[in-house]
Design a protein around this ligand. Structure first.
Ligand code: DGL
Length: 278
């Protein structure tokens, strides 16, 4: 029987910036009793155009920081880290780690009717080939068409969520995925659900957009239940245990402003930490 103290520990969730909040939002919705410690690496975003070595180094530092916060499980709310560093992270910790790639691929396999799946993601994720590998392993007849969209993350981090510049850039990236018969498109970067309406407008009604966040939160829930780690009570106000805590490596005010538009829960504050110390 796992002690209540362990069950009451928070879930660590991280990303290079605000994108992972799309996953945190879903965890808040599906697992309302769970506390969350979120870290956004705002000083070093974007990750998707960096090498595997750098992404691994950065994410190992973040995992070490989250462990100082006493987390009971970690959600890698970043496809680029899930694609490039998951195996290395798993070697370093003995708590459960959930990634976003496998849940996203699984959802797409379940959603497609014609077996033609598109993936948009960062250069690191597309370059790793992880989505097509996972989809082909589980659904050998499927066809996967991938496209790296490196400028979309900086546009989202700048808050250009509904903007002609974003329409133009997204339109160029997505042009090669229109009229090629895909009926499902994986939003393979956690920043993309923030500009989902732009992507949806370009792709049209015939293409189902898959946001891996829903399935990721569902898998986290199952895992916590399986391991007897789920929190049984929602921490009450004034108990000294904050439900949600936010940390960043730079520009806390900007993060806080955007986070308030993404999350229904108004974030009280985000604290800057020096991630290089970890
Ligand atoms: N949101 C992350 C992802 O899912 C990282 C994007 C980036 O920093 O390039 O890949």
């Amino acid at each position: 029987m796992i002690k209540e103290e362990v069950c009451n520990r928070p879930i660590g969730v991280f990303d290079s910036g605000v994108g992972g909040l799309t996953v945190a939002r879903e965890i808040m919705r599906q697992l309302p009793n769970e506390r969350i410690v979120y870290f956004g690496d705002t000083a070093r975003v974007p990750y998707g155009s960096k090498s595997q070595e750098t992404i691994t180094k950065f994410s190992k530092q973040i995992v070490r920081f989250l462990q100082t916060q006493g987390v009971k499980a970690i959600v890698v709310a970043c496809n680029s880290v899930s694609a490039c560093a998951l195996d290395e992270l798993e070697k370093d910790v003995d708590i459960p780690i959930v990634d976003v790639v496998r849940p996203g691929a699984k959802t797409a396999i379940g959603a497609t009717k014609n077996g033609r799946i598109g993936v948009i993601a960062t250069e690191a994720t597309v370059g790793s080939g992880i989505y097509s590998r996972y989809i082909k392993n589980n659904s050998p007849d499927a066809t996967v068409l991938s496209k790296a969209c490196p400028l979309l993350v900086p546009l989202v981090e700048e808050g250009l969520w509904e903007d002609p510049v974003t329409d133009e850039i997204a339109g160029r990236y997505l042009a090669g995925l229109i009229d090629v018969g895909i009926d499902t498109l994986i939003l393979g970067c956690t920043h993309y659900p923030i500009i989902r309406s732009t992507i949806g407008r370009i792709m049209g009604d015939g293409v189902a957009l898959v946001n891996p966040a829903y399935e990721t939160a569902r898998e986290l829930k199952e895992l916590l239940q399986e391991k007897g780690l789920e929190s049984r009570h929602r921490p009450g106000l004034g108990t000294g245990t904050e439900l949600y805590k936010f940390f960043v490596s730079d520009a806390a005010d900007k993060f806080q402003m955007f986070a308030n538009s993404i999350l229904t829960y108004g974030i009280l504050s985000a604290k800057v930490i020096n991630i290089d110390e970890y």
